[in-house]
Design a protein around this ligand. Structure first.
Ligand code: AMP
Ligand code: GLY
Length: 423
């Protein structure tokens, strides 16, 4: 079978790595790729958001199954373009992707279906938004309505910061159209976690749990990023919490989608705050998380292509979870997330990869004169398995110590929040 992976970051490298292990795969393709992906997959030189061209390519090439990594092609309707041609593709339609593509839509949806989330209001007028901020005070969270690659949500600790953020998004247009409408919401206290399920209409199958580290710096300081590291499973989601997430969030979401006549097939990512009152939704994504997908896919033992295809066809599937832990440390470029500096040679990847239990997924890397160089904000995901979280962490950081490139940045505390729950 010929399989196409859309996207070209760390999550997509993990998808390529996992799916290439399936005995059903004869050829695997990836849009653009990177220095790691292109060792396994054939690079297709089409922009992932050029959805019509991509669908034409898949038809001409006889691609049997496509899996979409990032949100942008989904929101642009890549699934609709493929399905119009009768091609199998795993991901939600453009309509269903609004759960991620518009925060205002997602919040209204949650309100309609009684799904626990932070209190909020939506604004298209900056003066009204500022009045609201003044009436609520800080801390408060300002979110751009549209897609913003992890830069659209600002947790404001002071009223001044919130007012300034409203101006930056709505008046100065720093995020373009995405920030012209904003959602302003109550600050929730608690522990964050990611819960991702595969959905096909009425049915869903949970993937292993995980926890991301969204802030740039140790101790959850600095700006939000796409994610600086993750591990799986997370003890933050215990059995009781998981039952509540399923009942109060996932099942209400599926029921709500059905009532509204929206068919959802794909990954549904629930970004959660586990508060004292229980789990609440911070955001929905309509895809796997990056970097969460990397440790999650490492811990899925069965043939993931078969799981996806069977699930797509409506068959019952189960996920066989590896008992080991998996942890991912993201190595980023200087200047990430604002203005990453790129083009530096990366040393030590092979040495790091030869460490026990270590797997490396490339994100922003490219080849220049047969040398691997940095080509993006997030560069590499250094991942490791461990019988304990501690072992996974030690192995990952030992591997990290073998790698260097100019301006390399990473968090040193990935996984630390879990230790509180583990004794
Ligand atoms: P989002 O894009 O909505 O996932 O937000 C990005 C990050 O901002 C989340 O992962 C949280 O760390 C933080 N955040 C978002 N909304 C809230 C909230 N209501 N209360 C506290 N933190 C939040
Ligand atoms: N790691 C969070 C995300 O993929 O949006």
């Amino acid at each position: 079978m010929k399989v196409l992976i859309v996207g070209n970051g760390g999550r997509e490298h993990a998808l390529v790595w996992k799916i290439a292990q399936s005995p059903f795969v004869s050829r695997i393709y990836c849009t653009r790729g990177n220095a790691g992906i292109n060792r396994v997959a054939e690079a297709v030189d089409i922009d992932p958001t050029d959805v019509e061209r991509l669908a034409r390519f898949a038809e001409e090439e006889g691609i049997d199954f496509t899996v979409v990594g990032p949100e942008a092609p989904l929101v642009k309707g890549v699934v609709d373009a493929f399905e119009k041609r009768g091609l199998m593709i795993f991901g939600p339609s453009r309509e269903a992707s609004r759960l991620e593509g518009s925060k205002a839509f997602a919040k209204r949806f949650m309100e309609r279906h009684n799904i626990p989330t932070a209190e909020y209001a939506t604004f298209e007028d900056p003066e009204e938004a500022k009045e609201y901020v003044k009436s609520k005070g800080a801390p408060i969270v300002v979110k751009a309505d549209g897609l913003a690659a992890g830069k659209g949500s600002v947790v404001c600790t002071t009223q001044e910061e919130a007012l300034r953020t409203v101006d930056r998004f709505m008046r100065e247009g720093v995020l373009g159209e995405s920030g012209k409408r904003v959602v302003i919401e109550e600050f929730l206290e608690g522990e964050e976690a990611s819960y991702i399920v595969m959905v096909n209409g009425d049915t869903y199958v949970p993937l292993p749990t995980s926890q991301d580290h969204k802030r740039l710096l140790d101790g959850d300081r600095g700006p939000n990023t796409g994610g600086m590291g993750a591990y799986s499973p997370t003890p933050v989601i215990d059995e009781i919490t998981e039952r509540r997430i399923k009942k109060e969030i996932v099942e209400r979401t599926l029921k709500g989608l059905k009532e509204e006549g929206i068919y959802f097939r794909g990954f549904l990512y629930v970004g959660l705050m586990i508060t004292e009152e229980g789990p609440k939704v911070l955001e929905f994504n309509v895809r796997l998380g990056d970097p969460e997908a990397q440790p999650i896919l490492m811990r899925i033992k069965n043939d993931f292509l078969k799981v996806l295809m069977d699930f797509y066809e409506g068959k019952r599937v189960y996920i066989e979870e590896d008992e080991r832990w998996a942890l991912d440390v993201v190595l980023a470029s200087k200047g990430y997330p604002e203005k990453p500096e790129k083009g530096f040679e990366i040393h030590g990847i092979e040495e790091a990869e030869s460490e026990e239990g270590v797997v490396i997924f490339h994100a922003g890397t490219a080849l220049r004169n047969s040398k691997v160089i940095t080509s993006g904000g997030r560069v590499l995901n250094v991942c490791a398995y461990g019988r304990t979280l501690k072992e996974a962490k030690e192995r990952a950081y030992r591997a990290v110590s073998k790698i260097h490139f100019e301006g390399m940045r990473f968090r040193k505390d990935i996984g630390d929040k879990a230790f509180r729950y583990l004794s």
